[in-house]
Design a protein around this ligand. Structure first.
Ligand SMILES: Nc1ncnc2c1ncn2[C@@H]1O[C@H](COP(=O)(O)OP(=O)(O)OP(=O)(O)O)[C@@H](O)[C@H]1O
Length: 321
């Protein structure tokens, strides 16, 4: 394995002034990131999620060399982000939804050209990477438009390209789909999926849009109050919170509970005893096997499979229920 991010006991404290009484304020130290441990291997696509104020952006800022940690160990591509920021900048790409890496008054094409000079990228490499992005992100129709005139979706496609032209090993994305319409979201997601599938670029993504996670990330790191509260696959999260995949079956006759296959749980519809909702544990249970068993047990009229809803699971996780 090839570790590209190695974080141990990472902390970031901020000093804030809080109101005390009517006229006085006192200084207080708050831990925005409070002992985060994280190891990411090359080629992984991880979702870093959490409720507002959980510490996601602060972590990303420490990983990208924008903020100095208060304590802890952090290495990104083997480098210490703040003191070695210049070296790090050449090895990572950053897309922060709210900030731009582009020159507002210049056409997109010229911004890309300037970046080639900033990073001193050989012309052939630059052209190859730009051509790939032009194709996948359909940039051609607005390549000659000044950045300030681009729509949010067009600008995001430009930002993604700008972050990739120097061939980074890790791409950090903070809310890359925020504010985008459905079509632009899909375009950005498909592009990132294609990029991640190659295995060369490691993706670290923060988002409040859980569809981004479902489409892109096998691994989910959840942070709350500065602590990592889950680090594992989406399936593990579903298992942990007892969310079940469900099979809804309509039979020709009323369902006999004694026939319920082992490993499943049946709830008969109160209004229609021929309709039954079967719950499955997400682990090894296969909805296909259950359906096959049901079909040999009784006359089936219709069947549908309902996947657990990630929004529900994450809501449970955030509220600690
Ligand atoms: N410069 C700062 N000074 C003081 N407090 C800060 C500063 N930056 C962040 N914080 C506080 O640290 C905590 C974590 O903030 P952070 O921006 O990392 O959260 P987040 O998970 O990215 O939230 P969101 O989803 O709302 O963007 C919050 O309580 C925030 O108010």
């Amino acid at each position: 394995m090839n570790t590209v991010i190695d974080v141990r006991d990472l902390r970031k404290e901020f000093t804030v002034r809080v109101k005390k009484g009517r006229l006085t304020r006192e200084k207080k130290t708050v831990a925005a990131v409070d002992g985060v441990n994280l190891t990411v291997e090359r080629g992984e696509m991880i979702g870093y999620i959490g409720p507002n104020g959980a510490g996601k952006s602060t972590t990303l800022k420490m990983l990208t060399g924008v903020l100095n940690p208060s304590a802890g160990h952090v290495r990104v591509c083997g480098l210490e982000p703040v003191p070695q920021r210049l070296k790090l900048t050449r090895r990572i790409g950053v897309v922060f939804g709210q900030r731009s890496a582009l020159w507002w008054d210049l056409p997109l094409r010229e911004s890309f050209d300037l970046l080639r000079h900033v990073f001193d990228i050989p012309a052939a490499e630059h052209a190859a990477r730009l051509n790939r992005c032009r194709g996948l992100l359909e940039l051609d129709e607005f390549l000659d438009t000044p950045v300030r005139q681009l729509s949010l979706g067009q600008r995001m496609r430009g930002e993604l390209t700008a972050a990739l032209l120097h061939g980074p090993e890790i791409l950090f994305l903070d809310e890359p789909t925020i504010g985008l319409d459905v079509v632009s979201k899909q375009s950005v997601r498909s592009f990132l999926a294609e990029l991640g599938a190659g295995g060369d670029v490691t993706l670290v993504l923060t988002t409040h849009d859980l569809a981004d996670i479902e489409k892109l990330c096998k691994r989910l790191v959840v942070i709350d109050h500065g602590h990592v509260v889950h680090d594992g696959t989406l399936e593990e999260l579903h298992d942990r919170y007892g969310s079940r995949r469900q099979v809804i079956a309509d039979f020709e006759a009323d369902w006999d509970e004694a026939l319920t296959p082992p490993g499943s749980h049946a709830v008969i519809d109160a209004e229609d005893p021929r309709r039954v909702v079967f719950s499955l544990s997400n682990g090894d249970a296969s909805a296909g096997e259950l359906v096959a068993r049901l079909a040999t047990t009784a006359a089936l009229r219709d069947v549908s499979i309902v996947e657990p809803d990630i929004e529900d699971v994450v809501a449970k996780l955030y509220t600690g229920k």
